[in-house]
Design a binder for this molecule. Structure first.
Ligand SMILES: N[C@@H](CCC(=O)N[C@@H](CS)C(=O)NCC(=O)O)C(=O)O
Length: 221
C-alpha cells in the first residue's frame, strides 16, 4: 500500500492535467487542492521547489515535475503504462519532453500581444507538430493500439488546440492528419474528459481575453 496522494493543481495548467490523466486512467483515489498561481499561498511557496504546479504530496514527501509524477504514479500501480521495450520507452520519454516544449510555444503564441511574434510562435508550434507527425505510428495512439504514458502526456496539448480551434477557427492540426486522429481518440477517453474541471473551456476563453494577446482579437464571437 502507499500513502494517500494529494495533487496541488491550477485549473488551467496542462502539466497538472498530465498527472491527473494517469491517476484517472489507473483509478487511483487522490485529493486535489487548487491554488491560484497568480497569488500562490505561502504553504505552496514553501513546498514547491520551482514555484510551479504540479506538485504531488506523498505523505510528507513532495514530488514535482509532471513527467516524474506521472512515472511515480505509474510505478506504484502496475501494470505500467510505459512500453516494455527500453528503447521505445526512452524514445517516448524524449518525445514527452518535446511535448512540454510545444506547450510552452503554444502558450507564447496564445499570450503574445504582438501579431508578428504570435505568428512566429504559431510557426514554431506547427513545425514541431510536423516533427511529431513524422514519428507517430499512424495507429489509434502514439505507439500503436495501446494507450501509453506518452498519450496521457499529449492529451492536454490537444485539448488546448481544440479550444483554440473552437474559439478562433485556427486549426493547428490541419496539416498533420495522424495527429488530428490521435487527438480525436484521446479527447474521447473518459480519463481525459474527467481530467479537468467542467468549466475549463469557458475559463480558457476568459484567460485568452484576460491576457489580451493577438489571439484574443481573433475570437469568433
Ligand atoms: N516542467 C514543468 C512545467 C510546469 C509548469 O510550467 N507549470 C506552470 C503552470 S501550467 C507553473 O506552475 N507556472 C508558474 C511559474 O512558472 O511560476 C512540469 O512538467 O511540471
Amino acid at each position: 500500500m502507499f500513502h494517500r496522494l494529494e495533487l496541488i493543481s491550477f485549473k488551467l495548467c496542462p502539466f497538472v492535467q498530465r498527472a491527473v490523466i494517469v491517476l484517472k486512467r489507473k483509478n487511483i483515489d487522490f485529493d486535489i487542492t487548487y491554488i491560484d498561481l497568480n497569488n500562490p499561498p505561502q504553504w505552496f511557496k514553501e513546498i514547491s521547489p520551482l514555484g510551479q504546479v504540479p506538485v504531488l504530496k506523498v505523505g510528507d514527501d513532495v514530488l514535482f515535475e509532471s513527467s516524474v509524477i506521472q512515472e511515480y504514479v505509474d510505478e506504484i500501480t502496475p501494470p505500467s503504462l510505459q512500453p516494455s521495450d527500453p528503447l521505445v520507452k526512452a524514445k517516448n520519454r524524449a518525445w514527452i519532453s518535446f511535448g512540454g516544449d510545444i506547450l510552452m510555444a503554444l502558450h507564447a503564441m496564445v499570450t503574445s500581444k504582438d501579431e508578428a511574434i504570435s505568428n512566429e510562435k504559431r510557426a514554431v508550434v506547427l513545425g514541431k507538430l510536423q516533427q511529431l507527425e513524422a514519428v507517430h505510428s499512424g495507429k489509434a495512439f502514439f505507439n500503436g493500439s495501446e494507450f501509453n504514458m506518452i498519450d496521457a502526456a499529449y492529451a492536454p496539448m490537444f485539448m488546448r488546440m481544440e479550444f483554440i480551434k473552437n474559439l478562433t477557427a485556427i486549426d493547428l492540426l490541419e496539416a498533420t492528419p495522424k495527429l488530428s486522429t490521435w487527438s480525436q481518440n484521446l479527447l474521447a477517453l473518459d480519463c481525459v474528459e474527467q481530467s479537468v474541471v467542467p468549466g475549463l473551456p469557458t475559463m480558457y476563453k476568459g484567460m485568452l481575453k484576460h491576457m489580451d494577446g493577438y489571439l484574443s482579437t481573433l475570437l469568433v464571437d
